[in-house]
Ligand binder design. Structure first.
Ligand code: GDP
Length: 141
């Protein structure tokens, strides 16, 4: 069993899409192990996206991620990282496959509704950034 880390970004929360996205996540066979709504500070957004600090859109990305509340979750399934990346769809919603979260809901490459870890190593780092081990209460055994 593998775990990955998900964020429903401020555009998704603002547009009342949390329930619909959770439904897609659970329907795809991913288990919600932990979840909470938070409002990131600018500093937390900068730390979380530090790998992108040299990209031209870094400032815009951090402004967006702290513009409103987000829902962070730990998701579990066999092959959870790949399964959730497939469910999210391509970064640019215009290129996202039918049936994916971004094809259904994302409005632009920046405001693209969801984040998901891109590797098992990053999943562990990102989960540790937002969750204490004691919060991962719904793990399948
Ligand atoms: P992801 O793994 O599919 O989320 O994509 P990346 O790791 O390449 O980028 C991280 C996040 O940065 C994306 O989800 C977008 O929110 C944002 N992003 C990526 N490319 C652009 C861009 O060209 N412009 C803006 N404004 N944001 C971008």
């Amino acid at each position: 069993m593998e775990m990955t880390f998900s964020i429903i970004k401020p555009d998704g929360v603002r547009r009342n899409l949390v329930g619909k996205i959770f439904n897609m996540i659970e329907s795809a066979g991913l288990r919600i192990v932990a979840t909470k709504m938070i409002h990131m500070s600018r500093r937390e957004a900068e730390q979380f996206y530090a790998v992108h600090k040299d990209r031209p859109f870094f400032g815009e990305l951090c402004d967006f991620m702290c513009s409103g509340p987000v829902v962070v979750s730990a998701l579990q399934a066999p092959d959870a990282v790949t399964k959730y990346r497939d469910l999210m769809g391509a970064t640019d919603p215009k290129k996202a496959a039918q049936g994916t979260i971004r094809a259904a809901f994302a409005e632009s490459i920046g405001e693209n509704t969801v984040h998901g870890s891109d590797s098992k190593d990053n999943a562990a780092i990102e989960l540790g950034f937002f969750f204490a081990g004691t919060e991962l209460v719904n793990r399948a055994r």
